[in-house]
Design a protein around this ligand. Structure first.
Ligand code: PHE
Length: 439
């Protein structure tokens, strides 16, 4: 359970959710996000853990043996394959952002944030993005930290550390929230995030909110399947899922509040994009008592959370390589690590030298990778897993694994067979414009 929480809690909560709320118009996004967590992510997380515990292998081979058990085509194994690819692609930009966090640890230690103004904070971040070599160095360090753990194949020590570090991250966020309440504009933040205003709902915002529900809980790509395969037979899948989903969502929304209170008090731009936390949090961290110490601790904890998540992004692919080739764990880690690193180089450049290169739909390299994975691959992976578990697996096998009864089982069944597939398909069609033509 701790390992799964370590995978779920990461940059998705602290970095990504807050800026996506701003880019997508605030409360409408938040409300759709929360609904997606409850009606899609929670039931699908149970499904993915269940598939992992029953499959007991890397995602691709797990799906293969489950398909055999259910007497259906072995093509289902490609759900696992697509997931592993998604993990590789996500890690290539996740590691670059993890690098930003590491560079902020150094800045915090050096006292750069002391009494920093909003303008200076923004300049610092923009300067960082403008230096490809510095970004490359931090990306390389972050990825190396990840691959060393994966290559050694022992992440238990890290997982145990979660026991202390996750509560500590939570505590520090509460202090930050309290401080930003006193210096910032909490009521504006609250209205921005929670007032029901559906005028800003666009199909892109809906898909982004739905996609982020998958991203933040590490769903749809096999990470949770790997942890499911370690989960003891007697542990409750339902309780594990609920605990993680609530913790993870709360962490993200609290960070969002702390940030938007600062944004509105300092007349900053809510839609600033991926740099949002790096441009706002230093303002609060730099003005509070013992700010440098606190800022260092904060970025160290965020870096740690990112580290445990990044391990779970690449572990499915590494596991598949060792189980299907003659390569050792170390070799598999080196090859996959280099692949991720190379794609990451293009992400680094997309923030400076290659800023003007557009891949598809006018999106740059970073945005294309992010959108392709979070809004297409993860929801598609989740949809296919829901269909597989909801329609094809034997009832008795599901009952054995899930251990849900009464209304809880009905909720799982209805969400997996109807709500999740219908919601994901409608959102996809809508985005493709097919929906408008039909009606
Ligand atoms: N859930 C992680 C986060 O919020 C990211 C992640 C996505 C990890 C998918 C593993 C798989 O930061």
């Amino acid at each position: 359970m701790l390992a799964t929480a370590g995978s779920a809690i990461g940059l998705g909560n602290i970095w990504k959710l807050p800026y996506m709320i701003g880019v997508n118009g605030g409360s409408a996004f938040v409300i759709i996000f929360i609904a997606s967590i409850i009606f899609l992510a929670i039931p699908l997380m149970m499904t993915e853990i269940m598939l992992g515990r029953r499959g007991q292998k890397n995602p691709l081979d797990a799906m293969k043996s489950l398909a055999k058990e259910a007497n259906v085509s072995s093509l289902w194994s490609w759900v696992g394959g697509m997931g592993m690819l998604a993990g590789v692609l996500i890690l290539s930009f996740y590691s670059v952002v993890g690098g930003w966090v590491l560079s902020y640890v150094l800045s915090a230690v050096q006292g750069v944030f002391s009494n920093i103004s909003a303008e200076q904070a923004a300049n610092n971040f923009n300067n960082l993005l403008a230096q490809p070599l510095t970004l490359l160095m931090w990306h390389s360090i972050f990825l190396l930290m990840t691959m060393v753990i994966v290559a050694r194949g022992v992440s238990e020590g890290l997982e145990k550390a979660n026991n202390i570090l996750i509560p500590l991250l939570f505590a520090i966020l509460l202090v930050l929230l309290g401080y930003s309440m006193s210096v910032g504009d909490m009521s504006a933040a609250f209205t921005f995030m929670f007032s029901p205003d559906f005028s800003k709902v666009t199909s892109v915002a809906i898909l982004s909110a739905l996609g982020h529900a998958f991203f933040t809980l590490s769903l749809g790509m096999g990470a949770v399947m790997v942890y499911g395969s370690y989960l003891g037979k007697n542990e409750s899948i339902g309780q594990t899922t609920l605990f993680i989903a609530i913790l993870d969502t709360a962490l993200g929304l609290l960070t969002g509040l702390a940030i938007y209170a600062l944004v509105f008090a300092n007349q900053l731009e809510p839609g600033a994009g991926p740099g949002l936390i790096f441009q706002t949090l230093p303002i609060a961290l730099g003005s509070m008592p013992a700010g440098n110490l606190f800022a260092t601790l904060f970025f160290v904890l965020v870096g740690f959370a990112a580290w445990t998540s990044s391990i779970s992004l690449i572990e499915p692919a590494v596991a598949w390589v060792i189980e299907n080739t003659k390569l050792s764990r170390i070799m598999a880690s080196i090859i996959l690590g280099l692949t991720v690193w190379l794609i990451g180089v293009s992400v680094v450049l997309s923030f400076n030298e290659w800023q003007d290169i557009k891949i598809a739909f006018g999106l740059g390299i970073f945005d294309s990778l992010d959108k392709l994975t979070s809004t297409v691959m993860l929801p598609l992976g989740g949809l296919l897993m829901a269909i597989f578990a909801g329609y094809l697996m034997k009832k008795q096998h599901i009952a054995e694994e899930l251990g849900l009864h009464g209304w809880a089982f009905t909720f799982w069944k209805v969400t997996n067979t109807i709500i999740a597939p219908v919601a994901v398909i409608i959102v996809f069609l809508n985005l493709l414009g097919v929906f408008e033509k039909l009606f």
